[in-house]
Design a protein around this ligand. Structure first.
Ligand SMILES: [Zn+2]
Ligand SMILES: [Zn+2]
Length: 395
């Protein structure tokens, strides 16, 4: 809706200033008109109230250098002549020359959707919502919540298993130290917004429709900053490097996302902060793998050990454990050392899963070969009859 207003409304005329007026002249004109038409000075005078709104709306745009530039560009783009209406008529029903959204083919068909749907709004909201940190759908009153921040941290395997506290450096917007986030120059305070009387929302009538929207004069905050903080230019935030100590709980897993509520970007002008999301990457360990709370370990054994059985002493994360390999253990058998896995904060622990891997030597000595041949002669053939039967069908 704002872009439509910008085309239709002559804010310069509303303040009675020339297009080339300096920002000081604009400010002076606004102060004078706002004083004259202020509802407190004109109780019950709806005309004055309307003028006061118009003046505040005009100043919200022309009093902001960036918005003023955008407004000037937009009006030259659309030839203000075609759309020009005098300021007093602005906001009153009926006088609209034609629906601007028709130009863009969006939301045609009239009715209420000409204000909400359509390419026109989409096209321009992306240009003009810039910098506000709010944008998007109309929010209820109050300063905008800060954005969520996403970051990634690589943990060593053992740190992830045991838990660790790490300092985390984030280069991100933070609360301005000069004004403590309220955006006002030190020694001054934000004042109640004259357009919405601090409510943060305004109700407007357009034809037979009534709209409630975040106050444009104060962007829904309810207060305005007259003298901006020099450090943050009135936004209440500055970019800074923050260091946070983040506690990663024991057992944190690769790919896990940790949410730290309220540790994201601060809200604009004292609004609530966003959240910080830390994406955890766990560096692989050279020995251990991990499946949930279980640790995994591959242990090579010889054929003789698999056949004859043996006791294996294997490392755990913080010591060793001896595992019994019974005689006749097949390759790939998994042995379980209970409680030697990841210990959670609640004291419950996973297991260490040891996979036995029978290795075949690439080379053997003559003595070993002779022994193996003797062994082979004493051993029944492998159980492959079921395969041999199938092989015979093709020979
Ligand atoms: Zn306001
Ligand atoms: Zn500041």
């Amino acid at each position: 809706m704002s872009s439509k207003d910008w085309i239709e409304k002559d804010y310069y005329a509303a303040l009675g200033v020339d297009k080339s007026a300096s920002s000081d002249e604009i400010k002076k004109a606004y102060r004078k008109l706002a004083r004259e038409s202020h509802p407190d000075h004109n109780p019950g005078d709806t005309g004055a109230e309307e003028r006061f709104k118009t003046v505040s709306e005009a100043y919200a745009v022309l009093g902001d250098e960036k918005k003023r530039r955008e407004y000037d560009e937009m009006r030259s783009l659309f030839g203000s002549g075609a759309f020009r209406r005098n300021a007093r008529g602005a906001g009153q029903p009926g006088g609209m020359p034609f629906d601007v959204s028709d130009l863009f083919g969006g939301g045609a068909g009239g009715g209420d959707n000409r204000f909400s749907g359509g390419g026109f709004t989409d096209l321009f909201s992306s240009i003009f919502s810039g910098g506000g940190g709010g944008g998007g759908p109309a929010r209820p009153r109050g300063p905008a919540r800060g954005r969520d921040v996403e970051t990634e941290v690589a943990l060593d395997f053992e740190d992830a298993v045991r838990g660790v506290t790490l300092p985390l450096s984030l280069r991100a917007p933070g609360v301005c130290d000069t004004c403590h986030g309220n955006g006002a120059k030190p020694g001054t305070q934000p004042v109640a917004c004259p357009a919405c009387h601090g409510a943060g929302v305004t109700t407007r009538n357009q034809g037979s429709f009534s709209f409630s929207e975040p106050c444009r004069n104060c962007q829904g905050v309810g207060t305005i900053v007259e003298e901006k903080c020099p450090e943050c230019h009135g936004t209440g935030g500055v970019t800074k490097t923050r260091t946070l100590n983040v506690r990663f709980p024991a057992g944190v897993a690769d790919g896990q996302r940790i949410r730290l509520a309220g540790r994201g970007e601060p809200g604009e002008r004292g609004g609530p902060a966003g959240d910080l999301f830390v994406q955890v990457k766990v560096r692989p360990d050279e020995l251990f793998g991990r499946t949930g709370d279980d640790l995994t370990l591959n242990v090579p054994i010889t054929y003789a050990e698999a056949v004859l059985g043996t006791d294996l002493r294997v490392p755990t994360l913080d010591g060793t454990v001896t595992l019994r390999v019974p005689p006749g253990t097949p390759s790939g058998r998994v042995l379980r050392a209970r409680g030697k896995g990841v210990v959670r904060k609640d004291g419950r622990a996973g297991d260490l899963l040891v996979t036995l891997d029978v290795v075949v030597p690439a080379k053997v000595s003559d003595e070993a070969r002779a022994a193996l041949e003797t062994f082979a002669a004493q051993t029944p053939p492998a159980a492959r009859e079921h395969l041999d039967a199938r092989v015979r069908r093709f020979s």
